[in-house]
Design a protein around this ligand. Structure first.
Ligand code: MG
Length: 311
């Protein structure tokens, strides 16, 4: 695969904001999404139909989805749906694009959603079947594909089995998650090489990398070399890592764009405009006296350059 076109799925408004302590007002979220779309991001994850009492950051997802999830200019306006109840809400809101998720690790699945992997796959089968009958497009997430915060390294064979099961349900793409940002390029090889060979080629997969240990771009580069052309990222590196407080979280959209632009890959996304969207959001997220952190290295470097007084 030699295409130089890369698709970026912007997960900041969901995966990012869900993992930030501060609950952002709906109007600010809508402004953020507007700015991301204006920067050229065509695939945006808007929110999550989880229980609002459990995840207050996502309590306004229906409002956001109603605004952006029907016939917006976006190519895909994803809303995360955890189970059948979430799907009922998605149908009621007339959402077009939903994302579903499971994990490879048994322990992670039990702690995250209280189901075993096979119970979770059975629930997903119902959700995806009903979603497709309702004309929705479905994206699958598989977390802990390389490492689990509780079980440690995951065997590629084990991850392949789950990727295959999710693809069999009829999702249009499966996003393969290095949930705790522990993988290195060798792990990417060991999973993605057989996945692409056995499960229909690279176009069925997206890379979801976390930068907890600084390996997200190295992993992205390896995945690109293997033919992957779809990546998830979060504007400003929003989100942190729930398993490593204070550490970087999702790969920052700015950092991914800087790499792809430099390599001559085409994304249709304007790096400077994404930076402006992140900085405006940072202002909105910052409390009295305390500025929200910037987890994008690229963004941090541009701010540093602007303020530099070094002779
Ligand atoms: Mg993530």
């Amino acid at each position: 695969m030699s295409s130089d076109r890369v698709r970026i799925t912007e997960v900041g408004p969901r995966d990012g904001l869900q993992n930030e302590k501060r609950v952002l007002p709906t109007a600010q979220k809508l402004k953020f999404i507007e700015a991301l779309a204006a920067a050229g991001l065509q695939d945006i994850e808007l929110g999550s139909l989880v229980r609002p009492d459990k995840v207050p950051q996502m309590a306004d997802s229906e409002t956001i989805a109603a605004k952006w999830g029907r016939k917006s200019k976006l190519r895909r306006a994803w809303v995360l749906v955890p189970n059948s109840k979430g799907l009922d809400r998605a149908i009621a809101t007339r959402v077009r694009d939903i994302a579903v998720f499971t994990a490879v690790s048994e322990t992670f699945n039990r702690k995250n959603i209280g189901l075993s992997v096979s119970e979770s796959l059975a629930e997903l089968a119902h959700v995806v079947h009903r979603a497709r009958k309702n004309g929705m497009r479905v994206r699958g997430y598989v977390s802990t594909a390389y490492f689990c915060p509780f079980e440690g390294p995951i065997k590629p064979r084990q991850a392949l089995r789950i990727l295959e099961k999710i693809l069999e349900l009829g999702v249009e793409e499966v996003s393969v998650g290095d949930t705790i940002g522990a993988a290195t390029p060798r792990d990417i090889d060991r999973l993605l090489t057989p996945a692409f060979a056995l499960l229909g080629g690279p176009t069925r997969f997206a890379g979801h990398f976390h930068d907890t240990r600084g390996t997200a771009l190295a992993n992205t580069l390896r995945a690109l070399e293997l033919g992957m052309r779809s990546f998830d990222a979060s504007a400003g590196g929003l989100g942190g890592c729930p398993f490593a407080p204070g550490a970087a979280g999702n790969l920052a959209t700015e950092d991914l764009l800087y790499l792809l632009d430099g390599m001559g890959m085409k994304t249709g996304v304007d790096l400077a405009r994404v930076c402006r969207a992140s900085l405006a959001l940072r202002k909105a997220m910052s409390g009295q006296g305390a500025m929200a952190p910037i987890r994008s290295r690229y963004l941090a470097s541009t701010i540093g350059a602007g303020r530099s007084r070094t002779p």
